[in-house]
Design a protein around this ligand. Structure first.
Ligand SMILES: Cc1cc2nc3c(=O)[nH]c(=O)nc-3n(C[C@H](O)[C@H](O)[C@H](O)COP(=O)(O)O)c2cc1C
Length: 207
């Protein structure tokens, strides 16, 4: 049986003490494969091996029709092509990340800038941008030091609306957020993460 391919974007620059990685370690292994397939994870360590920010050549290429862009800026598009292909191969996207300054870390933004490409992953129409990728489940395991995602809000949330909008542009609409927050105030952050992860699992967040 074909395995279920999960593309994991790991966005923390921290290694052993990363809270977002710990949250993902609690949740991802509990992922139920729809028909009992083996789960195969392809990991992009965006936090510890950051992608380069976009270049002038890449930005210029986005102004041109696709064929012309390939001809004159092919080298600058190679990384973007590879990342889009990697996403295309995935049955599921898993984003493991901290909140930085109320939104996504720059390393995740760099991935987004390389993957959201006119006439490749979305098209402009009179009604706005329309995604060209097939939808697939996207899980976001996100941690924060402070009180993010409270109702009423304690910190502004540019994280969930931004990711929802930008992934929606390329066709990824099925996005589920799980979070562990307030970790700067936890006596033992690992335990707080494990408690919050257990709660998400008991609420069926991965189903
Ligand atoms: C540059 C930076 C910006 C941050 N901004 C926020 C923020 O806006 N709100 C918040 O609650 N925590 C913020 N934090 C705290 C992190 O979200 C928190 O430490 C998180 O647990 C880190 O995840 P990690 O251990 O996986 O790297 C920030 C941390 C850093 C380093």
């Amino acid at each position: 049986m074909k395995p279920l391919n999960v593309l994991l974007l790991d966005c923390s620059p921290r290694r052993g003490f990363s809270t977002s990685r710990h949250l993902t370690e609690q949740l991802l292994p509990a992922l139920p494969a729809p028909s009992g397939q083996e789960i195969r994870v392809t990991k992009r360590n965006l936090g510890t091996e950051p992608l380069p920010a976009i270049t002038a050549s890449y930005a210029e290429s986005l102004l041109l029709p696709v064929a012309e862009a390939k001809e004159s800026h092919g080298a600058a598009l190679a990384l973007s092509d590879a990342l889009i292909e990697e996403l295309e191969q995935a049955d599921m996207l898993w984003i493991s990340t901290p909140v930085y300054n109320f939104t996504v870390p720059a390393v995740l933004k760099n991935w987004i800038d390389l993957v959201v490409r006119r006439d490749v992953t979305f098209v402009n129409t009179a009604e706005g941008k329309v995604g060209l990728l097939r939808d697939r489940p996207t899980f976001v395991a996100v941690t924060s030091g402070g009180a993010m995602f409270r109702d009423p809000p304690v910190q502004p949330d540019f994280f969930r609306p931004y990711l929802t909008a930008v992934l929606g542009v390329i066709g990824l609409k099925d996005i589920r957020f799980t979070h562990a927050t307030g970790l700067a105030f936890a006596e033992v952050p690992r335990f707080a993460i494990e408690d919050q992860a257990a709660r998400w699992l008991s609420e069926g967040a991965l189903l």
